[in-house]
Ligand binder design. Structure first.
Ligand code: EPU
Length: 287
């Protein structure tokens, strides 16, 4: 990356906070993977646009990191720029910025007696990441509660995108080419919401190894089937490669015992795929 030094100079000149060779593992819930050559935390939206502009000029690829909850970073790390919207975390009523922690937002809105997000009880990550990937599960997805998002193109232009145009689908959206800056959510007063939240959360705690180092569900559910059940039925609970193993609580989760590398995880993914006769597509992002 010949233009690396000039990109760093640009950031310094504009006082955009960044670090070089930042280990990414601590920024993910799985705690695996190598460093980012540039790790940038813009202070505001204008700085996000500046980063894109400079990256384009310097021909450096940009990736946006949310809460790092659904991500496996390769051991060799990322050669370009990783942008984390750490400082974009304001909430004003139903409007919330991308860097806001999802679990906190869900809990707050439920405690305020508003429904819309309770289906996301126990889902980690950031609001921006959750919206981009349409996080959710059996009880509902975040896309259903989004009125619109404000998103930036990689050219630095901000656009308001309504729910329909955002194209929410199973663990995805049409927002991949954008950086979500903020979302406006449909939150409706609902007396029963607290009980529903508690129920969803406790069911999730019973079924899933929450609190362990993992990236959540590794594989998408194949149409009409359950990836977790398939992996379980093929006797793979507890299967291990190095420091990574298939959870005994939920077979679609892989756990890092504290010593796993990304390479352990990928070898475990291969092992599972060889043993399960149905094609399993990764649900996690890989960098
Ligand atoms: N099952 C097994 N063995 C297992 C795991 C599951 O037999 O080890 C069975 C369960 O008994 C159940 C079925 O498989 O009959 C489905 O399992 P579960 O109810 O746990 O839901 P899931 O389809 O595995 C989905 C999402 C989760 C989300 C939950 C709850 C996917 C790939 N997974 O799980 O999302 O939390 O519903 O809403 O869509 C994630 O995205 O990271 C994630 C965990």
């Amino acid at each position: 990356m010949h233009a690396g030094p000039s990109f760093g100079t640009f950031l310094e000149e504009r006082r955009i906070p960044f670090r070089r060779n930042e280990p990414l593992a601590p920024h993910t819930t799985f705690r695996v993977g190598g460093p980012a050559k540039f790790f940038v935390e813009p202070l505001n939206e204008d700085q996000v646009a500046d980063v894109f502009r400079a990256a384009r000029e310097c021909d450096v690829p940009v990736r946006i990191l949310g809460g790092g909850a659904n991500l496996v970073v390769r051991d060799e790390g990322v050669s370009g720029v990783v942008v984390k919207l750490t400082h974009l975390r304001r909430r004003e009523g139903s409007r919330v910025q991308a860097g806001y922690p999802l679990a906190r937002l869900v809990k707050e809105t439920v405690m305020e007696g508003c429904s819309g997000l309770e289906a996301l009880a126990g889902v980690p990550g950031s609001v921006g990441g959750a919206v981009t990937m349409n996080a959710g599960g059996r009880n509902g997805e975040i896309g259903a509660a989004v009125r619109y998002v404000d998103a930036m193109t990689h050219e630095g232009e901000v656009r308001r995108i309504g729910r329909e145009e955002a194209g929410f689908r199973y663990r995805g959206s049409a927002l991949d080419g954008y950086v979500v800056l903020a979302a406006d959510l449909e939150l409706l007063p609902d007396e029963g919401v607290r009980d529903r939240y508690e129920e969803i959360l406790s069911a999730k705690k019973r079924a899933q190894p929450l609190g362990r180092w993992s990236a959540g569900c590794m594989f998408k559910n194949p149409p009409g089937q359950s990836a977790g059940r398939l992996v379980d039925e093929h006797g793979l609970k507890g299967a291990r490669v190095g420091g990574a193993y298939v959870s005994r609580k939920h077979a679609n989760f892989m756990i890092n015992d504290g010593t796993a590398t990304a390479s352990d995880v990928f070898r475990l993914v291969d092992l599972v795929r060889r043993r399960v006769p149905v094609e399993l597509e990764l649900e996690v992002l890989v960098w």
